[in-house]
Ligand binder design. Structure first.
Ligand code: PDD
Length: 282
């Protein structure tokens, strides 16, 4: 498998980053995960926009313009031996003597790799998955897609320890998102998801679900979701580049609604699939 590192395509096993890279020492970097179906990136513009926004939050200049990113990603996709891919893009502040303050005149480190895209299995789609809840103990800039993911790592592991697929995060009694996903609920015939802001990542897949709801004529609103509303929801879904849209049918070991993904999920999921790039679809 090939990756891209600072201007060069090379076998991933041969790629090396110096130990003084600020991504390694401080988590001083940002990333994106872009789903690719049949070798065609899905919603690439939105991912590149969010990458620019994350870099801006780190007060870093974008290392490439969008046209250059596009051509690098196209080349990386072409070099992988599989059609559906998750393209990982990471930019760090670069290599410098360890000091918290920004170094001067240092080139960023740009790294990209393509992995097989692992989407939900048929049983997961049919039955839904289990999730747990935990207190959201992350920083107050969760809108930045930072490589500093220690809190997310620890929170996800809580789910794994309990045989669950995701940890849904509650801050002061309000739902924010999952450890690596956005969250939607269905309540009173409406699809509801918390508004974007500093406490959660503005998900690209969440936008696809919004488009799917619009096309299905289903009401979708962005408003705060309380812990009580989450626990009383008829349905709960998580979204991410790899999870697409997936129903949570067990929350903290209790069934969500009637414990089935439900007809609204099925409509949204079907419409979501129709929005993905496919052979013959422009
Ligand atoms: N994570 N919130 C968090 C904290 C995330 O890490 C992710 C995705 C999302 C969903 O964003 P999107 O729909 O754009 O993938 C929300 C990626 C997939 C990851 O870290 O691997």
């Amino acid at each position: 498998m090939h990756c891209y590192l600072n201007g060069e395509f090379l076998p991933t096993a041969e790629a090396r980053v110096p130990v003084l890279d600020r991504g390694f020492l401080f988590g001083d970097g940002v990333y994106e995960v872009i789903p690719v179906y049949g070798r065609r990136p899905f919603r690439l513009d939105a991912h590149l926009r969010r990458l620019r926004r994350s870099l801006d939050a780190l007060r870093m200049d974008p290392p490439h313009d969008d046209a250059h990113w596009r051509s690098l990603i196209t080349e990386l996709v072409a070099r992988q031996p599989f059609d559906d891919q998750g393209i990982y893009v990471q930019v760090t502040r670069g290599v410098a003597k360890r000091d918290h303050a920004f170094p001067k005149d240092v080139a960023p480190t740009v790294f990209m790799m393509g992995n097989p895209l692992v989407t939900p299995t048929a049983p997961q789609l049919a039955q839904g998955v289990a999730a747990i809840t935990a207190a959201d103990n992350r920083w107050l800039r969760c809108d930045v897609k930072s490589t500093a993911l220690l809190a997310n790592v620890l929170l996800r592991q809580l789910a794994v320890d309990q045989g669950a697929a995701e940890t849904l995060l509650l801050r002061d009694g309000w739902l924010t998102e999952g450890s690596a996903s956005n969250v939607f609920i269905v309540a009173g015939g409406e699809i509801v998801t918390p508004p974007n802001g500093p406490l959660l990542l503005p998900g690209v897949t969440a936008e696809v679900v919004e488009d799917a709801a619009r096309l299905e004529g289903l009401p979708l609103v962005r408003r705060p979701v309380s812990e009580a509303a989450l626990r009383a929801a008829e349905a709960v879904w998580i979204t991410s580049a790899s999870r697409e849209v997936l129903a949570v049918t067990t929350l903290d070991a209790r069934p969500v609604g009637n414990g089935r993904p439900g007809p609204i999920f099925e409509r949204i999921h079907r419409r979501f699939q129709s929005l993905k790039p496919a052979p013959g679809r422009p």
